[in-house]
Ligand binder design. Sequence first.
Ligand SMILES: C[S@@+](CC[C@H](N)C(=O)[O-])C[C@H]1O[C@@H](n2cnc3c(N)ncnc32)[C@H](O)[C@@H]1O
Length: 310
Amino acid sequence: MFKEEIKKTKLGADIPLIYHFAMLQDEQRMLNFKDAIDSSVPVGGKVLELGGGTGVMSYYAAQKASKVYCVEQIPENVKAARKFLSSNPNGDRVEVVQANAFEYLPPEPVDVVICEMIHVGMLREKQIEMMESFKRRYRARFGDRLPHFIPEGFIQAVQALEYDFNFFGYNAPVPLFQIPGDKTRKSNELSDPVVFQTAQYKDSLPNSISWNGTFKITEDGNLNSVRVILKNLLTAIPSENRGIFWHNQYLILPLYNPLSVRAGEEVELSFSYIMGCEIEDLLDSMTLNTKFAPNHFSKPEQTLAGYLSR
Ligand SMILES: C[S@@+](CC[C@H](N)C(=O)[O-])C[C@H]1O[C@@H](n2cnc3c(N)ncnc32)[C@H](O)[C@@H]1O
C-alpha cells in the first residue's frame, strides 16, 4: 500500500508548473547553472536545451548564443517559457519547440547541449536514457563530434547515517529529501560517503547499476538510514583550474532494522537498479550486513523493501 502510493507520485515528465516556479528560487541551482552556461557557451554559438521547463536555462544561454533550440513536451510549460522569454532580453534568440526530446534533433549541429532531468540517485527521471538517445541520434545525423554537455558528468555516493525520524513526537521512518548543508534535522554521519558511480556524459553510460561496497563506521550510533548523494559537474573550467558543481537534494532512505554500530566496524551494502526507476526499486534491491556483528538483514522480510511493503 505504502509502496504503491510512493510509486504513484511520478516525477520527471510531469513536474507541475508550480514546481518549476519553485526551482527558479533555488539560488544554488540557478547561479551554478548560470555560471556554467556563461562559461561554456561560445559567443554566437548554437545551443540545444532538452527539457526546457520555464525556459530559464535557454535564456542564460541566449545571452551569448546566436540561436537556442529549447525542447519541451508539456504544453503548459511551452506556453510559460514563450511568455517569459518574450519579455526578457535576447529571448527572441530562443526557439521553444514543443516536442518529445527522445525524438527531436535540431536542424543544425550545436556547440552546447543543456539537459537537466536529474533526480538524486539518477532515479525517477530519464536523464541517462535521454542522453544516450540524444548521442546516438545526433551522431547518426551530424557525425562523431559531440557538443559540450551541461552537466558534463556526475558522481554518486552513499553514506551511513543516524537520522532523526521523530517529527514533533511522531515517529515515521520514511524516505526523505534533505537540502545539502541543512542542519535543521538531527543527522549523525556514521561513515564517510562512499562513491558508487562516476560518469561523464560524453562516454557511454550504463542503463543500470549493481554495487557492493563497505562503509567504515567512524562513530558509534544507531545506523537507521542511508544517505544517497548526487554531485553534478556542470562544467569543468581547466583554464581556471576549477569546476562548477551542483548538488541535488540528498535522499535519506530509512532502514527497517536499525543496526547498532561502533566506530571501527565495517558494514557492507549492496544494491542494483535501473537508471530512472522508482525510489522503492532501489529499496527493493538494498541489503545491508555488518561484517563484525550478527547479520541483521539476512531474512528477506527484513530488507528495506520488506519494510516499505508493510
Ligand atoms: C527538471 S525539469 C528542468 C527544467 C529546466 N531545464 C530548468 O532547469 O528549470 C525537466 C524538464 O524536462 C521536461 N521533459 C521531460 N521529459 C521530456 C521529453 N521526453 N521531451 C521534452 N521535455 C521533457 C519536463 O517537462 C521538464 O520541464
